[in-house]
Design a protein. Structure first.
Length: 238
């Protein structure tokens, strides 16, 4: 009998060990692979300093002020003005900008948006954005809309509000970020984004500077610190 019990216990321990190894392997694959998965999902293409000299100058200046290494810059061909930061750590971070953002924002507004995304990097939130999107993607495929909210909760509701507060501390003209948010929250007339087509991409919705998809309304805004109008109101004190 003792031998049977020992065999059962040994088998259980072996199964638990295998399960633990598998979980760790899956986590490491998600951690290392989340950033490229998000970049591919939204159709981001890397752009060098010669491609975007104005953006590069703004990023370098902000990074010097914030004590950050300069991230790689990626572009998405999309009329919707928006941005997102992803990466495992500040030295491996990337900022994704839409062509609409670059075309529509003036230098003061651009500085505000870039400072906002760099604040995510500084606060360690860029890594959570990528991992949260990948983890929530299966739910997004099964139950459209639910995965987006799950990802939002995984990375922390109020993260955009917090990044705003950090960003205005390092910009030369703090009202620029509020002006940018107002321009990006275009309501029903906002251009429809083609970025959020796959499950991973859709799961990133609440991780962009302003959630793509037009102005959010109704229950989605109740108690929502990340809603643009709440953030704009909070920035009026600067």
């Amino acid at each position: 009998m003792a031998g049977v019990i020992a065999g059962v216990v040994s088998g259980a321990l072996t199964a638990a060990s295998v399960a633990a190894v598998v979980l760790v392997a899956v986590w490491l694959m998600t951690w290392w692979g989340a950033k490229p998965m998000v970049l591919r999902s939204v159709g981001a293409v890397e752009a060098g300093p010669h491609d975007l000299p104005r953006i590069s100058n703004l990023v370098e200046g902000l990074c010097a002020s914030m004590g950050l290494p300069s991230p790689r810059i990626y572009l998405v061909e999309d009329a919707l003005p928006d941005a997102i930061a992803v990466g495992r750590h500040p030295g491996a971070s990337a900022i994704v900008l839409t062509t609409g953002l670059i075309e529509e924002m003036d230098p003061v507004q651009l500085e505000g948006v870039l400072a906002h995304e760099l604040a995510h990097v500084k606060r360690g939130e860029a890594s959570l954005a990528a991992v949260g999107a990948v983890v929530a993607a299966p739910v997004t495929m099964l139950v459209p809309g639910t995965g987006e909210l799950l990802a939002h909760r995984l990375v922390g509701r109020g993260r955009e509000f917090g990044a705003d507060q950090s960003a205005v501390e390092v910009t030369r003209y703090p009202p620029g970020l509020a002006a940018a948010l107002a321009a990006m929250d275009g309501g029903l007339d906002a251009p429809r984004s083609a970025m959020l087509t796959g499950a991973v991409a859709r799961s990133t919705r609440w991780m962009w500077t302003v959630a793509p998809g037009g102005r959010v309304t109704g229950d989605e805004l109740i108690g929502e610190l990340d809603a643009p109008y709440v953030r704009i109101a909070a920035l009026q004190e600067y």
